[in-house]
Structures are given as C-alpha cells and as structure tokens.
Design a protein around this ligand. Structure first.
Ligand SMILES: Nc1nc2c(ncn2[C@@H]2O[C@H](COP(=O)(O)OP(=O)(O)OP(=O)(O)O)[C@@H](O)[C@H]2O)c(=O)[nH]1
Ligand SMILES: [Mg+2]
Length: 312
C-alpha cells in the first residue's frame, strides 16, 4: 500500500480523481482512482486527504502523474534526511542510506556506498552540476526500474524470450500468431540491473477489436519506454510489425538454420544461445559502463547539491 498525501484544495482534486463527491471530513471510503487503481481515500480535515492505492511503483507514478494533470504540485518531504537515519555521520550518508533502501537494482549498492565520500570532496569546477545531472538521469535507472518493451510481429518468440529471461513462465506462448493479446509486465534482473520488461502482443495488420485495443495500449507503452527492442525471426515480410523507434534489433530463434544475420543481435530462447550477450547489451545501453565507472559523484538525490553547498 502507498500513501499519497494531498494538501490544499483537496475537494476539487478528489472529485476529479474519483468521479464522485469528495469523501466527507473524518471518513474513509473505497474509490476508483482515475481509472488507474481502486484504493482508499481518507479525509483528515478540510485541507488534508490521503489517497491510498496499491504500492506498486507503476501505479504510484501513474497516479502522481494524474494528480499533476489535475493541478497538484509534487512536494518532496521537507524533513532533514538525518531525522530518518540518526546513525548517519552526515547528510550525505543519510541520503545515501535512504537511496539504498529504495534502490531496485543490486548494481546500485556498491556505487551508492562510495557516494558520501565523493560528495564530501565534491569540486564543482572539476565536476559541474550540468555534467552530474546528465549522468544522474541514466544512473537513476538503478534506483527505479526502466521500462524495456519488446515488440515485433506475431509468433517470433517474444513471450518465450520474456520467460527465458525471467526464469519463469510469466507470459503465455504458443505456435500460433496472436497468442499474447494484451501486454504483460514482468520485473527482471538483467545482470544486476532490474528492469520492468513489457512483452507486447505481435502487431498484425488484419486484427480484431481486442487486438486493435491492445495495439493502441502498446503504442502508449512504447512512448514511455526507456528502451525498445524490435524482434523478428527472419521469416517475416519486410516491414511487418515495424516500430517507429527501436534501440536494438534482435533476431530470434537463432538455433534454427539460416536465421543469423550480421546486422542483428541474435539469440535463441530455446537453447539459451546469445542470451548473456543480449542481457549485457540491454544493461549497458540503459546504464553505460562509463557512467557506472566514472569517479565523479552521483547526483542520486536532488538534495545533494544543497547539502554540499551548506557544507553538510
Ligand atoms: N526454435 C525456436 N523456437 C522458438 C524460440 N522461441 C520461441 N519459439 C517458438 O515460437 C513459437 C511462438 O513463440 P511465442 O513466444 O508465443 O511468440 P510471440 O512472439 O510471443 O507471439 P505472439 O504472442 O503471437 O505475438 C512457439 O512455438 C515457441 O516455442 C526459439 O528460440 N527457437
Ligand atoms: Mg506472445
């Protein structure tokens, strides 16, 4: 469960979010939350309400996005980071412990633990804020799982690959085009980087209404994806299932004769061939090794610059 606190003119925001009259002061009610989730809404007083959806990261971030659309402004907790971690030596260490607690990827751990030392010695003339911010955008994927979408024509083995990487049967597979009718999301650890993997339905020109709806949803997901992988098994007509933007072109089923091609990264979900390389390419594209290995401080929390300027 997550708790989102609303402060201010909560009446109109609650009405817009839930499509119902705002919950009365002192009451708690179950409400649909903007078509995103069903959760609890608690009204503490005229100006304070809690919205409590399920705690999954996706739900919380979609809900926050919706609230911003409705005119809300996101406020970071104004508390001193040391309040949460009294054992921390200084603000840098407290912020690091906070990031460690919410980091999704095992790969974040070593990098975070060296940060307090780097921030204490931060020299803005050596590592200006703009450079740190740029690198932080990519490194933040170690804290919040990036979205990786796998797209391509039906029956090329997208769901089989998803299951092979997840190490379990997360998506239904079959030797029949149109097996995946809706997108399936799985959290997968790719060599230390945890990602939100989206297995999409194969794109077919002659599709029924369900597939049209699924294709529309897929387009929406693609617009949010951090990385798009376009898969084909070498048996498709050119242009089938083409996507506007693909970061990686993948040839699947390379265990079958005549399927590999130099311009593609290739793999076989059946034999496991090429999977380790695929994992490394995805991870290093999303979080490049030069960002992970740089000895500059990592701006993993917006409050770090202010703390450094205060001489925390
Ligand atoms: N030889 C071989 N067959 C594979 C491989 N990966 C998948 N297949 C087979 O290809 C067929 C289609 O696999 P799916 O994973 O369902 O394909 P999909 O791309 O998800 O298909 P849709 O959901 O219809 O878009 C199944 O019969 C799989 O067993 C592979 O690496 N090698
Ligand atoms: Mg599928």
């Amino acid at each position: 469960m997550a708790i989102i606190q609303l402060t201010g003119d909560v009446r109109s925001v609650l009405a817009d979010l839930t499509g119902k009259a705002p919950v009365e002061v002192g009451h708690v009610a179950v409400r649909r939350l903007g078509g995103i989730d069903t959760g609890l809404v608690a009204r503490l007083d005229e100006r304070i309400a809690y919205v409590m959806p399920h705690g999954g990261r996706r739900i919380v971030s979609l809900l926050v996005e919706r609230l911003v659309e409705l005119g809300c402004v996101v406020q970071e907790a104004a508390t001193d980071p040391r309040d949460a971690y009294p054992e921390a030596q200084d603000a840098f260490e407290a912020l690091m412990l906070g990031a460690l607690a919410r980091a999704a990827s095992p790969m974040a751990i070593d990098l975070l633990t060296v940060q307090p030392g780097r921030w204490r010695k931060w020299d803005p003339s050596l590592h200006p804020e703009s450079e740190l911010a740029d690198r932080a955008t990519r490194l933040s994927r170690l804290l919040t799982p990036p979205i990786v979408a796998l797209v391509g024509p039906p029956n090329v083995g997208k769901s089989t690959l998803c299951n092979a990487l997840a190490g379990r049967s997360a998506s239904i597979t079959a030797d029949r085009p149109g097996t995946t009718r809706d997108y399936v999301g799985v959290v997968i650890d790719l060599g230390g980087l945890v990602v939100h993997w989206i297995d999409t339905p194969g794109i077919r020109p002659a599709a029924d209404q369900i597939e049209h709806d699924a294709a529309r949803l897929t387009k929406m997901i693609l617009s949010r994806a951090d990385l798009i992988i376009a898969a084909d098994d070498g048996q498709q007509t050119p242009g089938a299932g083409a996507v506007p933007r693909a970061d990686i072109h993948l040839r699947t089923k390379c265990d079958l004769p005549g399927r590999t091609e130099a311009a593609y990264l290739s793999c076989s979900a059946r034999t496991g061939e090429g999977l380790a390389e695929l994992v490394a390419v995805i991870r290093d594209t999303l979080v490049p090794p030069e960002d992970r290995d740089a000895d500059a401080p990592w701006l993993f929390d917006e409050r770090l610059i202010a703390a450094a300027q205060r001489g925390a």
